[in-house]
Design a protein. Structure first.
Length: 131
């Protein structure tokens, strides 16, 4: 696979729920851009580390949410196609009154479901309300 461009990283990171301040650190981590141009190494390293940790925590929460969906604990995965090539993903967990929301490509959704075969998504009709 080709590495993402800076614009793709920003678009996909924000759609996945990351904060705008995470993007420069991830861009440096993936070798797309240096954080802050002339910022000293220790600062760049700290910002890159912080962005990577926030990304890992986000992915860990998403994986835990998916485990709850597959374990029949009241949570469910809702998928709504949002043309042309993305899907809106919502994980709704009524017992703890939580909802996680992000956008994925069709390929990313297939990969996610392949790694969590016990999760059965609810496919909604129509376009996303948050396009």
């Amino acid at each position: 696979d080709e590495p993402p461009t800076l614009a793709e990283l920003q678009k996909r990171g924000l759609a996945a729920g990351l904060l705008p301040e995470d993007i420069p650190g991830l861009a440096e981590l993936f070798g797309l851009e240096r954080v802050g141009g002339q910022v000293e190494y220790a600062v760049r390293r700290r910002e890159t580390y912080a962005a990577a940790m926030r990304l890992l925590r986000y992915l860990d929460r998403l994986a835990e949410d998916l485990r709850r969906c597959g374990a029949e604990q009241g949570a469910h995965l809702s998928v709504r196609r949002d043309p042309p090539d993305r899907v809106e993903l919502r994980i709704v967990d009524p017992p703890i009154q939580a909802e996680r929301h992000c956008y994925l490509s069709e390929d990313e959704l297939r990969c996610l479901l392949r790694h969590h075969p016990d999760v059965r998504p609810i496919i909604e009709q129509g376009e996303s309300s948050n396009a």
